[in-house]
Design a protein around this ligand. Structure first.
Ligand code: AMO
Length: 431
C-alpha cells in the first residue's frame, strides 16, 4: 500500500528534482488510455498533475476500471513533460484505487459546455464544490474571516458568543422562526443585536461576534437567505455615528487589502480584480440620497434604488463604497437612537449593495420603552433587554455586516448562494 502520510500536494511536483519519487493522491479528473500509453489528470486541493503510464507500468489493464472522479493514490517518478506547456509530470510506478466513483456523475461540473443550473448544482453541492473555482471562493471566504478576526483583535475588541435561542425578535416580529421549547415560545435569533448591546451594559466596551442569524423572509432574491452569517460589532462611549463609520470603512479596506495580498492565485483563478476604495468613504444623508434619486424624501431605498444611487455616487465620487446615513424613523429599528424623527442609522453600500447596517443605540430607558411601543411591540416581551438599561448604560453603537454578502460582493458573484457552502432559503433546507 502507498503510504499516504508521505503524500505531497500536486502543486509541489513542479518544485521536485527530475528523477525523484513522490506520492500524490486525489481525484482522477480525466483518463486517456492509448494502448501502450495512458494519461491521468489528477486533481487535489492545490491543483493538478499529469500522470503518465508507459510500457514500464505492468498493470496497464487495471487503469481501464478507473472511472472519472475516482480517488486514487499514486507513487510516481518526476519527469519533464513532453507537453507544449512544459513543466513536470509523473511517470506512474504504483497506483492504489482508494474509492471508485459510480457512473454517470449526478452532475457535470467541469469542462462541460452546458452549464448546470445553480439549483441542481446545490442539490449535488458535494460534487459541485470539487470545481477549483468553487474551492477558490471558500478559500477567499476564509481569508475574509481571518482578516476580520485580525482587525478586531488589533482594534482591541473582545470576541463573544451569544445564544441563538431567544425569547424575542430584534429585527421585525413577522420574520421569526419559532421552535417548540419545553412548552414555551422560543425563536431562533434574528441577529445578535440585543445581546451585544447587553454586553456593552456589562462593561465590555468593545465586542464582536461572528455568528448565524435566522430570518423567515420569503424573499427569492440574489442576496437573501433564511440562515446567514453576520459580523456583529458593538462599541461603547461613542459620540455618534461617525465613530461607527470610521471603524467600518477601515475594516472593509483592511479586508480587501488582505484578500488582495493572500488570495492572489484564487482571484486569478476566478478572474477577479479587487479595487481597494480610498478613505474616507462618502457619507450621504438619506434626504440628499432621495434628492439625487429624484424621489420623495421618505421613499424606502430598496435594492433597485440602492443600485441606482450607487451608480450616481460612482459617477460623482469615483467609488464603489459609501455610507447612507440618518434614516427617517420609518426605516429604523426600536433600538436606534433618534434626533427628532431621524434615526442615527448607517448603511454601508459596497459594490451597489447594502453589506451592513448599524448606528447609535438609544441608551435611555424611558425613551427605549417608548420606542418599543411606537413600533407596535410589547415592552413586556423585551424586559430581559430593557431592564438592564435602568442600571447604568454607556452611550454605544455598532453594526452588523453580512458575511455572505461580503463574500458575494467582493467577488462579484451573481448570487449569494455561491458563497455559502450549504445555503438555506425558502425552498431549500438540504443537503
Ligand atoms: P440588518 O437587518 O440590516 O441589521 O442586517 C445587517 C446585515 O446582515 C445582512 N443580512 C442578510 N444577509 C443575507 N440574508 C438575509 N436575509 C439578510 N438579512 C440581513 C446584510 C445586512 O446589511 N442588528 C442590525 C445590525 C446593527 O444595527 O448592528 C441588523 O441585523 O448584509
Amino acid at each position: 500500500m502507498i503510504n499516504l502520510s508521505k503524500r505531497i500536494p500536486t502543486s509541489d511536483v513542479q518544485k521536485i528534482k527530475i528523477g525523484s519519487e513522490v506520492i500524490v493522491a486525489g481525484w482522477v479528473e480525466q483518463s486517456k488510455l492509448l494502448g501502450k500509453l495512458a494519461f491521468l489528470k489528477l486533481r487535489d486541493r492545490e491543483g493538478y498533475v499529469q500522470v503518465v503510464a508507459t510500457s514500464n507500468y505492468s498493470k496497464m489493464k487495471d487503469l481501464n476500471s478507473i472511472s472519472r472522479e475516482s480517488v486514487v493514490s499514486i507513487r510516481g517518478r518526476v519527469k519533464k513533460s513532453k507537453a507544449r506547456s512544459g513543466g513536470k509530470e509523473l511517470e506512474l510506478i504504483e497506483l492504489n484505487l482508494l474509492s471508485k466513483a459510480a457512473t454517470p456523475l449526478p452532475i457535470e461540473f467541469l469542462g462541460n459546455k452546458i452549464e448546470t443550473d445553480l439549483s441542481k448544482r446545490l442539490d449535488y453541492r458535494y460534487i459541485d464544490l470539487r470545481h477549483p473555482q468553487r474551492l477558490a471562493i471558500f478559500k477567499i471566504r476564509a481569508i475574509i474571516l481571518s482578516a476580520i478576526h485580525s482587525f478586531m483583535r488589533e482594534s482591541k475588541f473582545i470576541e463573544i458568543q451569544t445564544s441563538k435561542l431567544s425569547g424575542a425578535g430584534a429585527e421585525g416580529g413577522a420574520e421569526l422562526f419559532e421552535l417548540p421549547y419545553f412548552g414555551k415560545k422560543v425563536a431562533l435569533n434574528q441577529s445578535q443585536q440585543l445581546y451585544k448591546q447587553l454586553i456593552m451594559l456589562s462593561g465590555f466596551e468593545r465586542a464582536y461576534e461572528i455568528g448565524t442569524s435566522y430570518r423567515a423572509e420569503k424573499s427569492h432574491t440574489h442576496r437573501h437567505l433564511t440562515e446567514f452569517w453576520q459580523l456583529d460589532v458593538e462599541l461603547s462611549f461613542i459620540n455618534g455615528i461617525e465613530d461607527i463609520m470610521r471603524l467600518q470603512e477601515r475594516l472593509l479596506v483592511y479586508i480587501l487589502r488582505q484578500v488582495k495580498k493572500e488570495g492572489k492565485s484564487e482571484l486569478e483563478l476566478l478572474g477577479k480584480e479587487i479595487t481597494v476604495p480610498k478613505l474616507p468613504f462618502p457619507r450621504i444623508n438619506y434626504s440628499d440620497a432621495c434628492n439625487l434619486l429624484k424621489v420623495k424624501s421618505n421613499t424606502d431605498i430598496g435594492t433597485e434604488l440602492e443600485r441606482k444611487l450607487a451608480k450616481i455616487i460612482k459617477s460623482k465620487f469615483k467609488t464603489d463604497s459609501f455610507f447612507l446615513t440618518n434614516f427617517p424613523d420609518d426605516f429604523t429599528k426600536f433600538y436606534a437612537k433618534h434626533d427628532e424623527n431621524i434615526g442615527r442609522y448607517v448603511d454601508l453600500i459596497y459594490n451597489s449593495n447594502e453589506i451592513s447596517s448599524g448606528g447609535q443605540r438609544e441608551h435611555n430607558y424611558d425613551i427605549l420603552i417608548q420606542q418599543i411601543k411606537d413600533k407596535g411591540l410589547r415592552p413586556k416581551d423585551f424586559e430581559f433587554y430593557t431592564t438592564p438599561f435602568k442600571y447604568g448604560a454607556p452611550p454605544h453603537g455598532g453594526f452588523g455586516m453580512g458575511i455572505d454578502r461580503l463574500v458575494t460582493f467582493i467577488l462579484d458573484l451573481p448570487n449569494i448562494r455561491e458563497g455559502v457552502l450549504f445555503p438555506r432559503d425558502v425552498d431549500r433546507i438540504g443537503p
